[in-house]
Design a protein. Sequence first.
Length: 484
Amino acid sequence: MTVTSSVPRLKTLFLQAPSFDGFDGGAGSRYQAKREIKSFWFPTWLAQPAALVPNSRLLDAPADALSVAQTREIARDYDLVIMHTSTPSFPTDAKFAELLKQDNPKIMIGLVGAKTMVDPEGSLKATAAVDFVCREEFDYTCKEVAEGLPLRDITGLSYRSGDGSIVHNPPRAMIENMDLLPFVAPVYRRDLKIENYFVGYLKHPYVSFYTGRGCRSKCTFCLWPQTVGGHRYRVRSAENVIAEVRWIQQHMPEVKEIMFDDDTFTDSSNLPRVEAIARGMGMLGMTWSCNAKANVPYNTLKVMKDHGLRLLLVGYESGDDQILHNIKKGLRTDIARRFSDDCRKLGILIHGTFILGLPGETTETIERTINFAKEINPHTIQVSLAAPYPGTTLYRQAVDNGWLQENEAVNLVNDQGVQLAAISYPHLSKQEIFHSMEVFYRRFYFRPSKIWEIVKEMLASWEMMKRRLREGVEFFRFLRAHGA
């Protein structure tokens, strides 16, 4: 797919700056942290504006294992560098921007992401090296900066004026016709090494992209819908999605799986489109996975499975109904159980995600969640710690109730990028919440039935054998780092 575009005046680099090894801050994930098993998601949020700016380049320094010196050398050739940042990565991103200014005082540097959406003033005041930050959806904002439009005329932009003062332009309207955005896959193929992107539960190599933006769910902890994406689910047509998959199939034949990375691809308002996309995937013969809420009806699950669906990434969060109510999950455990049973009957694998330390958490609810996870038995799990990102309801709730000191969200990860417990309660300390994550993993995975399930998977494929052994080594290192 192509769009007409003005020729950019500024030679533009879209950059994921050097960061922690395995840090997935470039993903549209709810958390930016170093994972238990090293993984890299595609930097889709940068690839989209890169697709709008002809002759630009997308550089993912962490995935390419580029050093600070190597990345600086590449960036010297550009007039404009636009970096994706997040709350945990912001301090190192700001320092890197300062290094780029040292190399070339004339270079223009901008930052994008939920961090700059929530705190444009603070982001600009943090370092004089950053000339502008983007708010709202920043695709066309970046395009207009690259075309050389005066910064004062670009909506959705906050910038440092000639006298050093900070100016906030009017907001940019949300994108309504998602089909007008160009495909990101050609940018992946042109600029990225797709073999560098791997996630433990997806086939390798995989490709992920968005079929829509926004999420109607009101989960209090979830970052992107409360900042950049919004709570309206704006989607690409099924035909447009299948056209991009067809392009991938034709130009990237090594790809073994497509991951639709929408916050909730299976939103109940979207099921006819989900089924249409599924049938299109079946016609192409492509294996695929997606994010899903644990309430998809059996009939839709069957259509998905019959047309190439392999795995669902499902945010269960907790096994306690009161906590699910507290975080406005819009889900009950009995519905999640039925959904999980349906997936098992259909042969759909589940990667289940859980969060410890959410409002209402106690030692008893942690125990209930661990037992719930063992009962529904997803194929694999990910256990995270409640992350109160600025801009979320959870952050404001934590500050107002004294569970978190204002601005302490910068301490969401340690100096190695590993997630820390940020919230503490009078009855449950940060240390107890942090330690419970290791307990959760051990009790879920170190069961004879789960061990045998993994062994059988390894015995069925030499490739899977090598992969699981590597992941096992990384996982045990993670447990040791948590004081196991």
